[in-house]
Design a protein around this ligand. Structure first.
Ligand code: MG
Length: 355
């Protein structure tokens, strides 16, 4: 039989499909693998860690964080928080909640977080005062003060869509307005993916946010164009993956309770952003031509001519991520820094006196 053009091409396609099917069924590596280390139903694949799940809050009763969460506010203790410069905050704690005090400034966590699941409960002031952006305005920021999920009393309060409750401010309005009345407790469950940057500062992958407002999806894995801000959309500026979480002082006495966060991704060391006053004690010249400087709020160690960006694990202990370099600073009884011990690949190391 003589084949016409279309019969010939469909025969070629059938042969290719058959060949592809045979190839994939003959070779186990032909299967799509979400993680190439594990076979489908691999008996050796680690079991998920068993945790105690969260207990949801009601209006009257505060719920409980899941057992593997870092509790950021338990109704009493403000010690995980500070003003943006690391000094104690003036926000007040009362009856199991904390409340923004007008003019006291944003507050931030001492600990830094990258990719995470963040649970926030908040209530707008009652009776409502002001309108539009002036009513019950605060905000939950990821990446220090860069990426805001808007907190606003959006109950019968008209404002621009990309500034209402649950918006990614100035970028994405919420999919719906799921607001409760002012004075009622509202819940944000936020999934944050930190942006990643190349060494030259170019964006490798942008920040992403998913937000549930009172259990309703209002942001579905949206890709941020850059930091959020009033009046414009600004470009990304390179920053470390893990940063504090902050809450906005927009001049309204918004309340917060039951705040917790779960870090996602590979487990790593805890990181903190120390108070400026503490960090500023470490820079200077150290013995044998070594040096510590401060750049963009982070310590940088120049050790044997190699530059290491340092991350704080405690007020005195720092580590690099590029090489296993660890630094322990020692101070005298007056708080004056006397030396740094630099360990490379093992404990101990060289003691370098500060000049
Ligand atoms: Mg705000």
């Amino acid at each position: 039989m003589k084949m016409n053009g279309s019969m010939a091409s469909s025969a070629v396609v059938s042969t290719l499909v058959m060949f592809g099917w045979l190839a994939s069924s003959l070779s186990s590596t032909g299967w799509a693998q979400p993680d190439p280390d594990w076979l489908p139903h691999d008996r050796n694949r680690p079991q998920p860690t068993v945790i105690e799940p969260a207990t949801p809050s009601t209006q009257e009763q505060v719920g409980k964080a899941p057992s593997d969460a870092t509790v950021l506010f338990d109704g009493k203790d403000l010690s995980p928080w500070a003003s943006m410069d690391g000094t104690p905050t003036q926000w007040i704690v009362k009856d199991g909640y904390m409340e923004c005090v007008k003019g006291s400034g944003y507050i931030r966590t001492l600990q830094n977080f990258g990719d995470c699941q963040l649970h926030v409960e908040w209530a707008a002031p009652v009776p409502p005062v002001g309108n539009s952006q002036g009513r019950g305005n605060s905000g939950v920021f990821l990446g220090l003060d860069r990426y805001e999920v808007q907190v606003l009393d959006s109950y019968n309060n008209k404002t621009y869509a990309d500034g209402s409750a649950g918006s990614v401010y100035c970028q994405y309005p919420p999919l719906v307005n799921a607001s409760r009345k002012p004075g009622e407790w509202q819940v944000y469950d936020i999934i944050y993916t930190a942006p990643r940057f190349q060494a030259d500062g170019k964006v490798a992958s942008p920040a992403r946010l998913t937000v549930f407002h009172n259990g309703v999806l209002v942001q579905n894995n949206v890709e941020l164009t850059g930091p959020t801000g009033w009046l414009g959309r600004f470009p990304y500026q390179m920053h470390p993956e893990k940063q504090p979480i902050s809450l906005q002082d927009h001049g309204n006495p918004v309340r917060y309770r039951n705040l917790w966060v779960r870090e996602l991704g590979k487990p790593g060391k805890k990181e903190f952003t120390l108070a400026d006053a503490l960090l500023d004690r470490y820079p200077g010249a150290y013995e044998r031509g070594n040096e510590v400087t401060k750049e963009n709020g982070q310590l940088v160690l120049k050790f044997n001519g190699v530059r290491f960006v340092l991350f704080a694990e405690s007020p005195t202990h720092f580590f690099a991520k590029s090489t296993d370099v660890q630094c322990e600073f020692k101070s005298n009884s007056e708080g004056k820094v006397e030396s740094v011990t630099v360990g490379v690949g093992e404990d101990g190391g060289q003691v370098l006196k500060k000049k």
